[in-house]
Design a protein around this ligand. Sequence first.
Ligand SMILES: Nc1nc2c(ncn2[C@@H]2O[C@H](COP(=O)(O)OP(=O)(O)OP(=O)(O)O)[C@@H](O)[C@H]2O)c(=O)[nH]1
Ligand SMILES: [Mg+2]
Length: 211
Amino acid sequence: MEVSGIENTRTSILLVGLSDAGKTALFTQLAHNTFTETVTSMKENEEEIRTNGSRRLVSLIDVPGFERLRNQFWEKLKFRALGVVYVIDSVTFMSNLHNVADLLYQYLSDDFVISKRIPFLVACTKQDETRAKTAKAIFTQLEKEFNTIRETRLGALDTTSGDGEVPKILGNPNREFSFADISNNIEFIDCSSSPKSSSTEAIIKWIDTTV
Ligand SMILES: Nc1nc2c(ncn2[C@@H]2O[C@H](COP(=O)(O)OP(=O)(O)OP(=O)(O)O)[C@@H](O)[C@H]2O)c(=O)[nH]1
Ligand SMILES: [Mg+2]
């Protein structure tokens, strides 16, 4: 059942992702135009921003990625999301592939995310580093990994006794997983918060089209 007035409270853009992904660095770039050395976030950061084209203020919320805090913050803050920026460390991406994919899969199969068709931006950050994988490569790898996650879940469905939660299957189960087959709009972009070569324009542009 819809919580009354919930639409009035959906005025935020959430920055989410694994710990160390680069969320707080992006947050400080977007909110304050600066780069500061960060430590693992233990609570959320929030700031109102007005992007280039948008006529209204939007609050940007940096959600802690620390494993033991992540879910409780997500459950509390997701109801405020107009859009979600899923931040990925493009340098360590391949070695973290399973965890990166698993968390994104969890968010995209969240009932609230699905029911509100909350748009996602996958921000592949740290592109200033030469070892960074591009957003294009990350997109391809994630589609493959989502296939594997789905197969595991479909396998679990076959053996399930009928009680317990039914695992969510994203996309069209009759063909290879494709981000084009999910009902939420999802885009992938390259970005960086590095003071030498910060590039956050694509995020601003996306926020403009989302709010
Ligand atoms: N080279 C480079 N380093 C970055 C960039 N963004 C973040 N970092 C570094 O990556 C590390 C983690 O960044 P944070 O922004 O604190 O990560 P986080 O996602 O907020 O992590 P949690 O708060 O634990 O969830 C820090 O040492 C940053 O300096 C970037 O664009 N380029
Ligand atoms: Mg942080």
